[in-house]
Design a protein around this ligand. Structure first.
Ligand code: 5GP
Length: 256
């Protein structure tokens, strides 16, 4: 799909209401479980979730470096990076690996690679598991596991990555937080409620934060199928839940 065609589809979807597409379920209606099944049997998802990573927290666990690991970059960036665009069911489960025929092909996203390397980098040297049991790039993992389940809104790899970048840029969470005084710091702690309110005010929907040892590790934004923001359900596990005061550690490049 070329860019103009994509934008037409995107604008068409924007013009529908938040729940305008959600009655279009098909296939297996049993739901309730994490289903890994061929696309034919896959129940249609209910909403999108954009998962963002905070490198300042995740890179603290870096033990060795390689060129593929953005934690090892010398130009320190204190910004949320993309984890993935996921699709979820309202009951708290999600589909995964919906089309094993849609193996990741880096050639299909050549025009996007510059942006992906900056804003959707791997934060590890390890290859990730792919749906066929192999190992591949972080992007391959995200497309095969999550992107292939985004039909009928997203049908192809290029649109999956372009759509994700577009939403990421539209809701610039790092900028929103910095403008409200939530500056990356290795000494400050910030009220979780203040961070959530800042995002609610800017995005008009409630995000979900995931922490590790009191530090923000992941921030999730939820969207209807027409990409209008919607509240995220608060379904993190107790181990991932953030305390009342959280830190936003500064990104320290690892030279190990
Ligand atoms: P990934 O496999 O994309 O790197 O990360 C997804 C991880 O997040 C998995 O371990 C999955 O079990 C977990 N996860 C936690 N909450 C959600 C959610 O709301 N949706 C999806 N799709 N995965 C989630």
């Amino acid at each position: 799909m070329d860019f103009l065609t994509f934008m037409s589809v995107f604008l068409l979807l924007i013009s529908t209401s938040c729940y305008g597409l959600s009655e279009n379920h098909h296939g297996d209606e049993e739901g309730g479980l994490l289903v890994v099944a061929p696309a034919k049997q896959q129940k249609e998802f209910d909403y999108f979730l954009l998962a963002l990573l905070w490198p300042g927290t995740l890179c603290q666990g870096t033990n060795h470096c390689c060129s593929a690991n953005a934690c090892c970059r010398s130009n320190a960036t204190s910004m949320f990076t993309i984890h993935g665009l996921w699709v979820n069911y309202n009951d708290g489960t999600w589909p995964a690996c919906c089309n094993n025929g849609s193996n990741f092909d880096i050639k299909k996203i050549t025009p996007l690679l510059g942006g992906l390397q900056i804003y959707w980098p791997s934060l590890s040297c390890n290859l990730e598991s792919t749906c066929d049991g192999g190992k591949g790039l972080f992007w391959a993992h995200e497309w095969e596991k999550h992107g292939t389940c985004a039909t009928p809104v997203i049908w192809d790899e290029y649109t999956y990555f372009l759509t994700t970048l577009n939403i990421y840029f539209k809701y610039n969470i790092t900028k929103i937080l910095i403008e409200e005084g939530y500056i990356p710091s290795n000494s400050e702690k910030y009220p979780l409620g203040g961070i959530v309110s800042a995002i609610q005010n800017a995005v008009r929907a409630t995000p979900l934060l995931v922490c590790s040892d009191g530090a923000v590790q992941e921030l999730r934004l939820c969207f209807c199928k027409n990409f209008e923001p919607q509240d995220c359900p608060n379904n993190v596990t107790p181990e991932e839940a953030c305390p009342r005061y959280v830190s936003l550690p500064e990104y320290v490049p690892r030279k190990v």
